[in-house]
Design a protein around this ligand. Structure first.
Ligand code: NDP
Length: 297
């Protein structure tokens, strides 16, 4: 029987994850199919319930469901529990386990961004959704001492800070209102800037004006594309990375959780690159929007 793995999001039209995961199953001779399930929030519980069937290896969960799915699984791993967000589900008999492989993916991306420099201690994070939760947890466990979270809706950033209360008790984790002047003043004090909003995913917008980006910043955009933010930051002299490595490594970790086998990383990277070259701009299998030649590498 062909096993099934599904990506649950809303919508999920142009999945990059599909390209890399299916190729990885085929390469290792695993009889499994990666399916895209577009499910609005109201249908999420039923979709999760279906995963308990014997034909499922598990699932990926993406925008906008990563936090909503937490109470729907039977057990959370340490990362799933710590972040309060789930991007990968595995099955133990009829029981579902919620993992967060975005954390591991983010750490690989952060290490690459920092390179040979000493790991910084201060960061500004834009966004407070499921992706931001993985970023903040990754930064805390890397030993960051001051993390400022900006979000359009302040209450969501405050909820994130509250969620990490105990984990972040030894350091400064703060939510601040999304005002250009406050972001500018915080950026002047920081080394690392992470964009975990979806601004730039389907538009040519940047979350911050180009003038606030200094040359000594390390800038990571979780979006898998040369976004306006990354182009502005590079023009200012900053070191930049996009979401490719995070996407690749969260996917590789998920693959291993479903199959028990090491992921064929090179092949998966190649498939991501091919999907991107064909015009997809999505960061993790969520809607890619209209293909834009301007952003393709
Ligand atoms: P969520 O839907 O959970 O969160 C979206 C975030 O973007 C929120 O902070 C939201 O703010 C903010 N946002 C959206 N639109 C706007 C806007 N117009 N102005 C200001 N803020 C806005 O999504 P995720 O956290 O799961 O994903 C966020 C981004 O990170 C996406 O682009 C996703 O592709 C990327 N990502 C990439 C990964 C990778 O592997 N490379 C992994 C995970 C995420 P508000 O709360 O105020 O609505």
């Amino acid at each position: 029987m062909t096993k099934r793995v599904v990506l649950i999001g809303h919508p999920v039209a142009h999945s990059l994850s599909g390209a890399m995961q299916q190729a990885a199953f085929d390469e290792l001779g695993i009889d499994a199919a990666y399916e895209l399930w577009d499910r609005p929030p109201i249908e999420l519980a039923d979709a999760i319930g279906e995963l308990r069937g014997d034909d499922f290896l598990g699932a990926n969960v993406t925008i906008p469901h990563k936090e909503r799915v937490v109470p729907m699984v039977d057990r959370l791993t340490e990362e799933g529990h710590a972040t309060g967000a789930v991007n990968t589900i595995t099955r133990e008999g009829k029981r579902l386990v919620g993992h967060n492989t975005d954390v591991a993916g983010f750490k690989v991306a952060l290490d690459k961004l920092v390179g040979k420099q000493k790991m910084p201690r201060n960061a500004v994070v834009l966004g407070a959704g499921g992706g931001a939760r993985a970023v903040v947890y990754g930064l805390i466990t890397e030993g960051f001492q001051r993390i400022i979270v900006f979000n359009r809706h302040l209450h969501r950033a405050e909820g994130l800070v509250k969620h990490f209360g105990r984990t972040a008790a030894h350091m400064e984790l703060r939510a601040m209102p999304w005002h250009e002047s406050i972001i500018e003043s915080e950026l002047a004090k920081t080394k690392v800037l992470v964009n975990a909003t979806s601004i730039g995913l389907t538009s040519e917008d940047s979350p911050v004006p180009a003038e606030v980006l200094q040359s000594d910043l390390l800038v990571l955009d979780l979006i898998y594309a040369k976004t306006k933010l990354l182009r502005d930051a590079a023009a200012a002299g900053a070191i930049t990375s996009d979401g490719e490595l995070m996407l690749l490594h969260q996917g590789a970790a998920a693959f291993t959780l479903w199959t028990g086998q090491p992921a064929p990383l090179e092949l998966m990277q190649q498939k991501l690159a091919e999907a991107r070259a064909s015009g997809l701009r999505s960061a993790e299998g969520e809607p890619a929007g209209e293909p834009s030649g301007a952003l393709a590498e």
